[in-house]
Design a protein around this ligand. Structure first.
Ligand code: DGL
Length: 267
């Protein structure tokens, strides 16, 4: 049993939805989470900037003895995953949040599915490109929905304003006839049921957090580094702290947590 922590990072607090799913499945794992709140949103940043940020964060997580790292951000996964895997080859195993979802979708052979995410994730074309390559019979339509992250962070969820914003995006005719919708952003599980309701519960909403947690568990198991205990210790770091981040972190992790500022950019 390997008691070293697992490292999880995101541009901010959204990745806590994945960290939460991970802890539900693997309560014994010790978690070190890093939210790069000084640089969010990643969804509007260049690929180059996101690669630099992610590289520095992984070095930091390694300094905390992380045995494996999960990139809990779609924007970082889309822009930096391949780069990070080659940069840290032989040093640490890294998993992204996109590959497991692509595998899940490909196995189901849908006729038509949709993807929503940040501008960075959608403009990368990573979901449609990989899915149609592996499952040529599947049509994938995608739309950047950049207002959803600030909407969720400001607490506009399950109310009239958020219903209207969701409807403005998802009424787009490209989504006509989809069988499933991928939530391609780690903030979106918070509004999963609201989106499901928009489609009258007729469209499968693919929330990556559980799929990714299961894939990450398999990865740890296959490397013989899974911690099978049941009471791991969790630590949460952010590159910039405000009371606002402290307050909303609870919504994403579903319990009170203590965010500690660690300015890794100053070193
Ligand atoms: N959580 C990030 C993602 O999954 C979105 C937030 C951001 O743009 O930084 O892409």
């Amino acid at each position: 049993m390997d008691k070293r922590p697992v490292g999880v990072f995101d541009s901010g607090v959204g990745g806590l939805t994945v960290a939460h799913a991970l802890k539900q499945l693997m309560p014994g794992e010790n978690l070190v989470y890093f939210g790069d709140t000084a640089h969010l949103p990643y969804g509007d940043k260049s690929e180059e900037a996101i690669r630099q940020y992610s590289e520095k964060i992984i070095e930091y997580l390694l300094s905390l003895d992380a045995k494996a790292i999960l990139v809990a951000c779609n924007s970082a996964s889309a822009s930096a995953y391949n780069y990070l895997v080659s940069e840290f080859d032989g040093k640490v195993i890294i998993m992204d949040v996109i590959t497991p979802v692509i595998e899940y979708v490909v196995n189901r052979q849908y006729k038509k599915i949709g993807v929503i995410g940040t501008k960075r994730t959608i403009s990368s074309g990573v979901y449609p490109g990989n899915i149609t390559e592996k499952s040529p019979g599947t049509t994938v339509v995608s739309l950047a929905t950049p207002m959803l992250v600030p909407m969720i962070e400001e607490g506009f969820i399950y109310d009239d304003i958020s219903n209207r914003i969701i409807s403005a995006y998802l009424s787009n005719e490209i989504f006509e006839g989809i069988e499933a919708l991928i939530l391609g952003c780690t903030h979106y599980p918070i509004i999963r049921n609201q989106i499901s309701r928009f489609f009258n519960f007729n469209v499968e909403i693919i929330d990556s957090s559980k799929i990714v947690a299961a894939a990450f568990r398999n990865l740890l198991e296959s490397h013989n580094i899974l911690n099978t205990g049941n009471n791991g210790t969790d630590r949460f770091f952010v590159s910039d702290y405000t009371d606002f981040f402290g307050k909303i972190a609870r919504m994403f992790f579903e319990k009170e947590i203590n965010l500690v500022k660690s300015d890794i950019w100053a070193t």
